[in-house]
Ligand binder design. Structure first.
Ligand code: CTP
Length: 399
């Protein structure tokens, strides 16, 4: 996804410098050309050899290193960059950048580049909270630097607080988001639901279904990589949070409905890939229900039909899990729920639908167009869904 991209990773002297190794590794694995610049303080924490090995590229540590291919024309790196990322960024580098210093290779590169710059601060809470640091960050933000984090958590001082380097996934997500901001979903807000809702019976038991959430998560990543701002409303799954996506966790159909209504006010499209429970226990026991030989009858009631209820000026896409009469049933749902199109899949096939990485779907739109796609990875299905969404989005007015 990041092939043909040149990323400059700036590393400064923070205890979190070791985390930059994971960032360098993941960016390289995603196909990017990663050039690392380390300040002399950073070298006290982690060796340039690590980054040389991880990226396969020389690491720049000094401004006037005659052996370095970049040192003579020290702006050559700045020119080649698609993005500059400083992670971790200390209070010192933030202050220097805000003031326009050019006394080391990293500062010079940032001053000289036209590429977007991402800053991931990491420092003690008091240093971060200090109005001087806050002013410096505001200055950088006003000049279109993107600030990611910091997060709250365990700090080097042994205390918990704000100042920890942002989650690596969030840093990688912002990089992808910035690099993809010219995609066909750029500037669009896409809301996606995923997973199977859980309807509680008592404090330890619930009723749910076999949805893994894989289709919804693949949709979220595809939309993000096409430049969209993505809100992923997810029922519990075992899939890690996708980078660069706003994740809203819910359990029940009612919570999912609330979240969908809250976030769709400004949405351009809603894709309901979640397997929402159709029924829930009429009441939830406050205490764990005891075993009784007579057995147990649970009275169930309908959950809200989220897709059917939600209103707004956005593209509505549903999924239809069918075990028979695929097209007929899906067409009925399309009409009933007022959708722009529906993605129907046959859940009886072992290579398609719940739990697996592939899906064989039929896309049916309100004009009656029926498109039966072959078996493909869920990520490819997601791309086909967004090809259709992109067709339906209003075209930008040409000047
Ligand atoms: N859906 C929803 N709210 C529900 C049930 C389903 O928003 N309470 C959405 C699903 O996310 C999906 C679409 O409606 O996008 C169709 O879901 P599906 O389970 O196939 O259909 P149902 O409407 O539940 O009908 P049935 O279970 O009878 O086939």
């Amino acid at each position: 996804m990041l092939s043909n991209k040149t990323i400059i990773l700036g590393i400064t002297g923070s205890i979190a410098a070791y985390k930059a190794a994971e960032i360098a590794s993941q960016l390289t694995q995603a196909g990017a050309k990663v050039n690392v610049i380390m300040t002399k303080e950073a070298i006290e924490f982690i060796s340039p050899v690590t980054f040389r090995a991880l990226t396969g590229n020389p690491v720049v540590t000094e401004m006037f290193d005659l052996a370095s291919e970049f040192s003579i024309e020290h702006v050559s790196l700045a020119k080649s960059a698609d993005i500059v990322v400083i992670a971790p960024a200390t209070a010192n580098i933030i202050a220097k950048l805000a003031a326009g210093f050019a006394d080391d290779m990293l500062c010079c590169t940032v001053l000289a580049t036209r590429a977007p710059v991402v800053i991931a601060p990491a420092m003690e809470t008091n240093m971060y909270d200090n109005p001087i640091t806050q002013d410096n960050l505001s200055k950088l933000e006003a000049r279109n630097f993107v600030i990611v984090g910091p997060a709250t958590g365990w700090l080097a001082s042994g205390k918990e607080g704000l100042g920890r380097l942002a989650d690596i996934n969030d840093i990688l997500g912002s990089i992808r988001h910035i690099l993809d901001r010219d995609g066909d979903l750029a500037g669009k807000h896409i809301v996606i639901t995923a997973g199977g809702t859980q309807e509680p019976i008592d404090p330890v038991r619930y009723i749910s279904n076999r949805s893994s959430g894989k289709m919804g998560y693949a949709l979220a990543e595809a939309a993000r990589d096409r430049g969209a701002r993505v809100s992923l409303i997810t029922a519990p799954t075992s899939i890690p949070k996708p980078a660069g996506v706003d994740v809203i966790k819910v359990n029940t159909a009612q919570e999912m409905r609330q979240a969908v209504e809250n976030v769709t006010s400004q949405a351009d499209a809603l894709i309901m890939a979640a397997a929402v429970a159709d029924y829930r226990p009429k009441s939830t026991a406050n205490e764990k229900i005891k075993r009784r030989d007579a057995g147990l009858t649970i009275e169930m009631e309908c959950t809200p039909d989220i897709l059917g209820i939600v209103k707004g000026n956005f593209i509505k896409v549903g999924f239809a899990a069918e075990s028979s009469k695929l097209v007929e049933n899906a067409k009925e749902k399309l009409k009933q729920k007022g959708l722009d199109f529906i993605v129907a899949n046959d859940i009886t096939a072992s290579d398609s639908g719940f739990g697996v990485d592939t899906n064989r779907v039929t896309i049916i739109d309100r004009e009656g167009r029926i498109d039966s796609l072959p078996l493909m990875p869920k990520r490819d299905v997601a791309e086909r869904v967004f090809d259709r969404v992109a067709e339906l989005l209003p075209k930008p007015k040409s000047r």
